[in-house]
Ligand binder design. Structure first.
Ligand code: GLU
Length: 345
């Protein structure tokens, strides 16, 4: 076969060639600080939404709590509001446990056993399992997440729990502990998740004892975090798996990519399409009010505010993230910087 001549234009000489994956940088520190402050002031008075109450103890959270944290690739953090408030991580744990399982099984095997397509159904849907011929879900809704937890490294529930707690702690850069009150409250009321686990087991899509897998999943959701912890966890995914605060390698870069892909298509429950359209960055929300957002190569953003929309996403968190993603230039689909105020793509 004749080789066609290749025409190339080289915009950079070898010495100045930028990295192969170039997503640019965050703005200067003073600007980030100002934007984080603006986002907080702008949305702290927002009062719509309601605090989750299907796990009884979550209903006790103050609807006024609001915190924002941004962590850049060198570990520098910018935060405002209720940054010391601890809350249970809930579904925000899911991408990080999926990362652990991908790292262990390989991301192709993980895809085959767990599925990666969005379901279009609420996070705790049994119908979604019934309607999918493969009976797989994705790691970010309850069915897929309990299946993911069932694949965590370890032969016993205790070993699985230890591997999850240790890896999530590495993502956060500090030892995470369980919120005993949340764990007790959710354990007493999680019959639906138990049902999901048994249904998956009947289709051979759960890879451990269903009651024990649900229990480890409930513990994982009960880990206490701050908004700063979540931003460091997000920044670790943004940073190819190296925690920017500790310098520790937590996960391989190839795993990060796959985790971010699933967060893009399924991170905000059944409103994930709206989120990707409006914000343009992988995210994951949880029913206690946390949202993490990952801008690959740039950094992690986290918000905490308990009042939720009907799908389970924090209202102030979505507003503040959208505001910041536009102004910090996080949208993955933007080929030119946003201009004007408010920024227009
Ligand atoms: N532990 C919660 C549940 O399984 C997590 C839900 C969520 O944050 O989406 O119901």
């Amino acid at each position: 076969m004749t080789q066609l001549p290749m025409h190339e234009t080289l915009p950079f000489d070898e010495a100045t060639t930028p990295p192969r994956v170039s997503t640019g940088d965050l703005p200067m520190h003073a600007e980030i600080r100002q934007l984080v402050t603006d986002a907080y002031e702008r949305y702290r008075g927002e009062s719509s939404g309601s605090v989750a109450d299907y796990i009884p103890v979550l209903a006790e959270a103050s609807p006024d709590l609001f915190g924002i944290a941004v962590v850049g690739p060198w570990g520098r953090s910018f935060e405002i509001g209720d940054v010391a408030a601890q809350f249970s991580i809930q579904s925000v744990s899911k991408p990080f446990v999926f990362a652990l399982v991908c790292d262990t099984l390989g991301y192709e095997e993980a895809r085959l056993r767990l599925g990666v397509n969005s379901t279009g159904f609420p996070f705790n849907s049994l119908m979604a399992v019934e309607l999918n011929a493969e009976r797989t879900m994705n790691p970010l809704v309850n069915a897929g997440a309990i299946a993911t937890t069932s694949l965590a490294p370890g032969a016993t529930a205790e070993e699985k729990w230890t591997s999850i707690r240790e890896r999530l702690s590495m993502f956060a850069g500090r030892e995470l502990g369980i919120n005993a009150e949340v764990y007790a409250s959710e354990s007493a009321t999680n019959m639906r998740n138990q049902g999901i686990a048994h249904l998956l087991k009947s289709y051979e899509r759960l890879y451990f004892d269903p009651d024990e897998a649900t229990d480890v999943y409930t513990r994982q959701c009960s880990l206490d975090v701050t908004v700063h912890d979540l931003a460091v966890m997000a920044a670790t995914l943004a940073n190819g798996g190296v925690n920017p605060a500790t310098g520790e390698t937590v996960i391989r870069p190839g795993v990060c990519r796959r985790v971010l892909a699933v967060m893009s298509s399924a991170g905000l429950y059944e409103l994930s399409g709206d989120w990707l359209y409006q914000v343009g960055v992988p995210g994951k929300s949880g029913v206690s009010g946390g949202i993490v957002t990952v801008a690959p190569g740039k950094g992690g953003l986290a918000t905490y505010s308990p009042p939720l929309d009907a799908a389970g996403n924090s209202i102030r968190g979505q507003l503040a993230t959208k505001y910041l993603a536009e102004r910090l230039g996080l949208n993955l689909f933007a080929s030119v910087p946003a201009e004007g105020s408010p920024p227009q793509f």
